[in-house]
Write a protein of this length. Structure first.
Length: 362
């Protein structure tokens, strides 16, 4: 039986996304069909719209999502019809060198895949799906290793956020930076991921969480996430941070923008011997320049955090429990609840730096 569904499609880099009718393939062995109930509008989707991330087109957008399993193919053991699940846009193969050496977030099979074909068609022709999911859609087909069950009490709007932004942010704090109680943290860039980093840093026991953004309007959101201080970014940012950290600079700076200028600002805001963690994904030609003497004398550590350096299968249940028990708050991240037709306007707000996370509810 042919199944039709609606999805948000961008037909070429820079084109305006639109809602289009698509055809869903039959569920095959090892696959599940998920009725998407909530999907977060993530900056990675915008990057695929404007061409910063090079992806094949036409493309069904969306990758941060949760929903209900409505069909399961042969040999599926991880989920059953009726289960609430979070979708994983980078499911590890569990057999490559990285997976078998404890780094499934660097899986050589799934890493770096901007889009895939999975049998979905548009106007009778194959169409790609963003990060293997294409979750700005009423339904998706995914391999069973791309879903993980969560309690129905969590709520699928909150569950969707765990699948990318919250996992990326909390992983950056817990796994990559390893923020310890009593340490100071600067967070640069207060989109959905940056605000999640603020919340995770407070949950980790950081004594000072200094939130930084170019917009004064983000102050209230930062404080709701748990920031102890807010600074509007400027050329004097490193001085502003030192004033607030006994003249040394922060123990940690976590950059959530993905631009050379903000990575360098994070570097300069960190104390000697401190740690700089880059969460934002930037463009290939935006080069970060640091002097050889500065690298030696500052003794700082600079590293990236890919998908929170997290094992999805282990971290999603932990995050769900943290939210349900109140150890981690995510409700403040949802600034707008929208429909599929509202996704282009949500991208416009994101490009202007407005709000936190728009969540598509289906």
């Amino acid at each position: 039986m042919t199944t039709y569904f609606n999805g948000v499609v961008v037909r070429s880099a820079g084109a305006r996304p639109e809602v289009a009718e698509l055809r869903l393939p039959e569920v095959g062995p090892g696959q599940v069909r998920v009725r998407v109930r909530a999907a977060g509008v993530c900056h990675s989707d915008l990057s695929m719209v404007n061409g910063t991330i090079r992806a094949p087109y036409p493309l069904v957008l969306g990758h941060e999502a949760a929903g209900e399993v409505v069909d399961a193919g042969a040999h599926v053991t991880r989920a059953a019809v009726g289960d609430h699940v979070v979708l994983n846009w980078q499911p590890p193969c569990r057999t490559c060198w990285f997976c078998t050496n404890g780094e499934p977030w660097l899986c050589s099979t799934s890493s770096g895949v901007a889009a895939l074909e999975n049998g979905i068609t548009l106007d009778g022709a194959p169409v790609h799906v963003a990060l293997g999911l294409g979750a700005f859609a009423t339904e998706v087909i995914a391999p069973e290793n791309a879903v993980i069950r969560v309690p129905s009490s969590l709520g699928l709007d909150r569950a969707a956020l765990l699948g990318c932004g919250v996992l990326t942010a909390t992983g950056a704090v817990r796994n990559t930076a390893q923020v310890a109680p009593g340490e100071s943290v600067v967070v640069i860039g207060l989109g959905g991921v940056g605000l999640s980093v603020v919340a995770a840093a407070r949950a980790a026991g950081a004594s000072d969480v200094i939130a930084v953004d170019v917009s004064e309007a983000k102050k209230e959101l930062a404080e709701a996430a748990g920031a102890t201080d807010f600074v509007v970014s400027s050329d004097a940012l490193s001085k502003e941070i030192r004033v607030r950290t006994s003249g040394r600079g922060a123990d940690h700076a976590i950059e959530c923008v993905g631009r050379a200028v903000t990575i360098r600002a994070a570097w300069r805001a960190t104390r000697r011997g401190g740690k700089v963690t880059v969460v934002g994904m930037g463009s290939n030609d935006d080069l970060v320049q640091l002097s050889a003497l500065d690298i030696f004398s500052s003794a700082r550590t600079l590293r990236s955090s890919v998908y929170g350096n997290a094992d999805f299968d282990a971290e999603i249940p932990r995050l769900a429990d943290d939210v349900l028990t109140g150890r981690l708050s995510v409700d403040h991240l949802i600034s707008d609840r929208i429909t599929l037709a509202d996704v282009p306007a949500a991208f416009d707000r994101m490009a202007r730096g407005e709000g936190a996370r728009s969540v598509v509810q289906l």
